[in-house]
Design a protein around this ligand. Structure first.
Ligand SMILES: C[S@@+](CC[C@H](N)C(=O)[O-])C[C@H]1O[C@@H](n2cnc3c(N)ncnc32)[C@H](O)[C@@H]1O
Length: 468
């Protein structure tokens, strides 16, 4: 989430990224279930097809790792595909592929006091608690944005006995559940930890002050001037809202927040996003481009930014790739032959060994239903000759190569994923720096740090900002 070394300014980096994405948006701009209907098979450059159809499993696994595998580029006889990899390599910082350092808190935090927490959640909580401890040690009040069931707040209350923690959560049922957990698991902490129902938006400053005043924390006076905003997987707009409130609220000295679910960012009426792009640098780069911004910065772009990273791709077996390619291809065939009033339901998953040889075989796997049905009244629509005709057309052209090309498309998406996430997060960093630069009295330290094992938890970056 930094500027790659090939660039010396944010605007140059964003210009190059926008050019690249505009030229390659065909790789991600439709949902994978619709890639056949959207004509992506026809958009695949011929030499890409040739390359991926003859690629062995080991090289397929290495393809997304742009810094490791020069031998892959040597084996590519398509100059377009070589340029694809070498340009992308300049646009993705090398550190994006690094593993984070293990943190020491894992040994000391009595995580077994926090029941019913998955291994993934434990890992996230331990790593994030460590960062919060090292950056917010002298803070008196932590505001846990999107506190959910309270796992992070509970952990933090064990980590530092001096903190008071106020969880703000938009979903009332989670607030109730978090209170119940606290009462059962650590009743002694109720003097220092509480949760309030609050959907946090950029104008929530006064409401937050009110919640603090009514929190019941002892010695409120000492809490008044040193706060931190924290959050674990603060989804959609919430992490950007946290940035805005960090600047607005003078008492907030520190921000330590892990964003996720970029694809749920709120739309504006004209089809753009309220909180993306944020920085003047990225806005300028997009405005300079002739193509419409929505053709490359769209919901599928944000979905790709928050998809599985390349970490798990590395060890996929041939069987797994084939099974995934088949699922994606035949599901997309189903979508391509139905009309707009229908939806597809998979009857039986397509196994790796299973071959679909005919329309009859296909119909055993997929059912179509009317879109207007509800759960109680499922209307199954019958496959007919018209569907069969469309099916045969695709089958005759693509049955042999379709699953492999579906997996090739996934491979290209996996290779792009780190660029998309870097742009979303680096845009936020630039926005914060631009904001601070415009305030003569504000000195800001801001960075993204990778703190999680991305195989276990793909949204692995924490934004750390401190007012100095
Ligand atoms: C992915 S969950 C993470 C929950 C918790 N931090 C954890 O890691 O277990 C995101 C939480 O944020 C809440 N949320 C999302 N947007 C919010 C907003 N604007 N204000 C308050 N809560 C919000 C959701 O209801 C959900 O509980």
């Amino acid at each position: 989430m930094t500027l790659p070394t090939a660039f010396s300014s944010a605007i140059d980096y964003f210009r190059a990224s926008v050019d690249f994405l505009d030229a390659h948006s065909w790789i991600y701009h439709t949902a994978n279930t619709r890639f056949i209907k959207a004509g992506i098979l026809e958009k695949f450059p011929h030499d890409y097809v040739e390359y991926f159809l003859h690629l062995n499993n080991s090289d397929l696994n290495k393809f997304p790792f742009l810094y490791e595998c020069d031998e892959i580029n040597n084996g590519i006889n398509s100059s377009a595909l070589q340029t694809f990899r070498s340009t992308l390599r300049k646009l993705i910082p090398k550190e994006a592929y690094d593993q984070p350092n293990a943190q020491s808190l894992a040994k000391t935090l009595p995580i077994n006091r926090l029941r019913k927490i998955s291994a993934k959640k434990q890992h996230e909580i331990i790593q994030l608690s460590e960062v919060i401890l090292s950056h917010c040690g002298d803070v008196s009040l932590l505001l846990d944005f999107g506190s959910g069931l309270g796992y992070l707040s509970e952990s933090l209350c064990l980590v530092n006995q001096n903190w008071c923690i106020l969880g703000l959560e938009g979903d009332s049922s989670r607030v109730i559940a978090a209170h119940k957990r606290l009462q059962v698991l650590m009743p002694e902490a109720r003097k220092r930890v509480t949760y309030k129902e609050q959907f946090v938006e950029a104008n929530a400053g006064e409401a937050i002050k009110h919640h603090i005043a009514s929190s019941g924390f002892e010695d409120l006076q000492t809490l008044l001037d040193k706060w931190a905003i924290i959050g674990l997987h603060a989804c959609a707009d919430l992490s950007v809202t946290a940035i805005k409130l960090f600047f607005e609220l003078a008492s907030v000295k520190c921000l330590v927040i892990m964003p996720c679910c970029y694809h749920k960012l709120q739309h504006t009426p004209d089809g753009n996003f309220v909180n993306f792009p944020l920085s003047a640098a990225l806005k300028t780069a997009a405005a300079e481009k002739d193509s419409k911004i929505q053709s490359y910065f769209n919901r599928p772009f944000l979905r790709l930014a928050c998809q599985e990273t390349s970490a798990r791709w590395r060890n996929c077996s041939e069987k797994e790739h084939l099974a995934h390619g088949k699922q994606m291809f035949w599901r997309a065939v189903a979508d391509a032959i139905i009309d707009d009033a229908a939806v597809v339901k998979c009857q039986q998953p397509i196994k790796n060994v299973c071959q679909i040889e005919s329309f009859a075989g296909f119909c055993q796997h997929y059912e179509q239903r009317s879109k207007e049905t509800d759960a109680q009244h499922l209307t199954v629509r019958l496959w007919n000759e018209e569907h069969e005709e469309k099916f045969n057309k695709i089958f005759n052209s693509y049955a042999d190569v379709g699953p492999k090309l579906a997996e090739a498309l996934t491979c290209l998406q996996t290779t792009l994923q780190k660029l998309c996430e870097n742009i979303v997060l680096y845009d936020r960093l630039c926005y914060m720096q631009e904001f601070a630069d415009a305030q003569p009295d504000l000195k800001l330290n801001v960075q993204f740090q990778k703190i999680l094992d991305e195989k276990l938890s793909p949204r692995c970056y924490v934004l750390i900002a401190e007012k100095l």
